[in-house]
Design a protein around this ligand. Structure first.
Ligand code: 5GP
Length: 226
């Protein structure tokens, strides 16, 4: 009776450092085979344990700038320490056209660019329960020990949190399972939006009423409504 848009949804997840975005996204990808997270390009150096083509496509700044010139990115931004991060346009378009949903884990600048180009993009902001909790998580992760790097992370976190009003949804990541359940509920409800309807087929009303009157299973004596 209803034909809805087949194209996949584009979902952006942003949030401050250590808000738990990567863990939450990983769980969603495990639970939902119809959701894909394309690999971004970056000019930042590869960290220990990271793999090219898995965590990011690692390229030099010159290579990244060449790709900008070629128009290869849906969006890109200098996120930290002047290093570029960007989403490949062609791959993303192919996934969405195939009907799969795409989750992009990108920063607030990138989210703004995508929303301007594609207003139907669903923007989700993940928050840690408190700044104290963020500090605790950064210490526990121990990836950064230098105070200037930690200060930089918090400055970015404050800047990003102030952008939350640009987003459609905010999810507090107190427990991973709760955050995953909330995001899955958002994905599901987005599929039921009325603006996804492409065609609505309903039988002609007069014809339907006539058939109803003729239906032997009903007592079709019309009585005045009390
Ligand atoms: P990392 O911890 O990998 O150095 O930093 C990741 C940061 O870059 C996160 O804030 C993440 O949201 C952002 N990021 C990752 N990929 C992209 C991308 O393709 N575009 C943009 N704009 N930001 C990205």
């Amino acid at each position: 009776m209803i034909k809805t848009k087949k194209r996949g949804d584009l979902i952006i997840i942003s949030g401050p450092t250590c808000a738990g975005k990567a863990t939450v996204i990983q769980k969603i990808l495990e639970n939902r085979p119809n959701v894909v997270c394309p690999i971004s390009y970056t000019s930042r150096p590869m960290r220990k344990g990271e793999k090219d083509g898995v965590d990011y496509y690692f390229v030099t700044r010159e290579e990244f700038e060449k790709k900008i010139e070629n128009g290869d990115f849906l969006e890109y931004a200098k996120v930290r320490y002047g290093e570029y991060f960007g989403t490949p346009k062609k791959e993303l378009e192919e996934i969405l056209s195939s009907g799969k949903d795409v989750i992009l884990e990108i920063d607030v600048q990138g989210a703004k660019q995508v929303k301007e180009k594609f207003p139907e993009t669903i923007l989700i902001f993940i928050m840690a329960p408190s700044m104290e909790e963020l500090k605790r998580r950064i210490k526990a992760r121990g990836a950064e020990k230098q105070i200037d790097q930690i200060i930089d992370r918090f400055q970015t976190a404050y800047r990003e949190i102030n952008e939350v009003y640009r987003y459609n949804y905010v999810v507090v990541n107190d427990q991973v399972e709760n955050a995953v359940a909330k995001i899955e509920a958002i994905l599901l409800s987005e599929k039921c939006r009325v603006d996804r309807i492409e065609e609505l087929y309903v039988q002609n009303e007069e014809e339907f009423m006539h058939e109803l009157m003729m239906d032997k299973d009903f007592d079709n004596t019309i009585r005045p409504i009390q």
